[in-house]
Every structure is written in C-alpha cells, then in structure tokens.
Design a protein around this ligand. Structure first.
Ligand code: ATP
Length: 260
C-alpha cells in the first residue's frame, strides 16, 4: 500500500486585493489594483503625487470604500467590513497627520489605543488586572519608540516627530497583523528617521507592513518588495531594486517631477 502523503497547500496570502477601484467623479484614484501580500510582508507603495497611494491605504483600512474589487484578509472578505472591526481583525493605521489626543498623557494615548482594539473593551475599564496589563504593554511600546521618558507628560509637549512616533506606538498597541503606514518619515529629523527605522526594522515577522513613503532610502531599508502606482494603476510590483530601476518607473517620476 502506498503511504498517504499530505499534499503541501501553499499558505493563503495575508492580504489579497483584486481589481480594487475607487473613482471620485470622473477621476479614477485607484484603478484595478491587484496585489497579494504574504504574512510578515515588508511592502512599500510608491509613486508620484496623486498616484492613489493614500486612497489605497484608506480602502484597506476601511475609511473609504471601493467602487469595484475585493479585499480579503486572511481568507475572509472584508471589502464591506467596518473600519473598527478591521482594526480588531488586526489592521492598524498610522496617519500623515498623527491623531494624538493632546490633553491626555503620552502613556494614556497608547493605553486608550490598546483598549479600543481589545475584544472585551467595555469590560476592560472595570478590570484592574487588565488595566495594569494594558498600561504595562503601553509602556513597552513607548520604550520601543523612545518616548518612555515622556510617558507622564501631556502629549501636547511633543514635537511633530515625537507625535508621529506616538502615533506609531498607538498603532502597535492593538498588536496588529497588518500595519499601514502613510509617509511615516515625512517631516522627521534625521535622528527621528533613524529611530523610526530601528523601531520598524525590529518589529516581529508576525506584523506585515505596507508603507507609503517618498523617502527612497527609507523604502530601500525597510521594504523587500514594492508596488509602484501611477495615476491609480500598478506600473510594477516586485523586489525593491528591480522595481526602482524599471524604465517605466523612472519615466513616471521624471514626467511628474515628483520627489523620491
Ligand atoms: P500624495 O503622494 O500627494 O499624498 P497619493 O498618491 O497619496 O498622493 P491620493 O491622495 O490617493 O494620492 O490621491 C489620488 C487622487 O485622488 C488625487 O488626484 C486626489 O486629488 C484624488 N482624491 C483623493 N481623495 C479624494 C476625495 N476624497 N475626493 C476627490 N478626490 C480625491
């Protein structure tokens, strides 16, 4: 009798976008984008200004809805799933303009972000042990982004760069599986960019990253693969160096005079 050998089934992608399209009136901001990312991906989305990068992140996060196409996370269709539910499924987002609550302490900003992701978030307020765990975990995230010394200061004292790092700590507080970063290095000093690279480079493989970024050196250091968008369409997806060297990509950047 021939022994039974299990056939190896390839792992499904963490994120599977098919034919994603978003129109604003006559403008197609995201045009038929298909992209598959494995768990732990380090993927950058680059392209000239107005290429549709932020719109693509909005569609994945759920703050905007596609006119066409599907978004599948870990095998489940989340195309019509509400943003809050997506965040509980492990999709976290940091913004070009960080959403920091200035009157709360730096630590409380992260504690609150952790709670908002917690499945039993109503009960979380009433359980001292859970509160302690959230606070300790928030402290660790602040340490990771280099803000531990400012934990008990109001967030209003933070510089722009520090607010972005706090926004990142808040995104990490939900233990995301997919972290969406919209121009995290924009407006940061060289020192803050170094710290950001250290934090993101040190994230475990269980966290996949999609990074929209104009700084090519940040892309080159963090990402292993890249999608180049132009006028909403995918010009190329592939390994970073290959994609950046692609003639159509160079042409797209030159023709718009874009940064990056
Ligand atoms: P940048 O690098 O400048 O941030 P981007 O690649 O992120 O650009 P998007 O912000 O996604 O580009 O915008 C893509 C296109 O869609 C742009 O032409 C923009 O003006 C348009 N757009 C984005 N959001 C809206 C909206 N809510 N209503 C109308 N048009 C929009």
């Amino acid at each position: 009798m021939t022994p039974h050998r299990p056939t190896s089934v390839p792992a499904p992608p963490l994120l599977d976008l098919t034919g994603l399209t978003r129109r604003y009136g006559s403008l197609t901001a995201v045009d038929d984008v298909t992209l598959r990312l494995p768990a732990g991906a380090r993927h950058a989305v680059i392209g000239p200004n107005g290429a549709g990068k932020t719109t693509l992140l909005n569609l994945i996060a759920g703050t905007d809805r596609p006119d066409r196409g599907t978004i599948v996370l870990d095998g489940a269709d989340i195309t019509r799933t509400a943003t809050a539910r997506r965040s509980r499924l492990g999709v976290a987002r940091s913004f070009q303009q960080p959403s920091v609550m200035a009157e709360l302490t730096v630590l409380d900003n992260v504690v609150l972000a952790g709670w908002s992701h917690h499945p039993a978030r109503q009960g979380a307020w009433r359980s001292p042990s859970r509160l302690r765990r959230h606070t300790e975990s928030a402290g660790r995230h602040l340490e990771a982004v280099g803000l531990a010394d400012l934990a008990h200061q109001p967030a209003s004292v933070l510089s722009h760069g520090q607010r972005r790092l706090l926004d990142l700590a808040a995104a990490l507080a939900g233990d995301p599986r997919l972290l969406l970063l919209d121009e995290p290095a924009a407006g940061l000093t060289d020192g803050d960019i170094g710290r950001l690279l250290g934090v993101l480079g040190g994230l475990p493989e269980s966290v996949a990253i999609i990074l929209v970024e104009h700084h090519v050196e940040v892309v080159a250091q963090l990402a292993t693969t890249v999608t180049v968008l132009a006028a909403g369409r995918v010009l190329v997806t592939g390994p970073v160096q290959e994609a950046l060297a692609h003639p159509e990509v160079r042409e797209a950047y030159h023709s718009t005079g874009a940064k990056g």
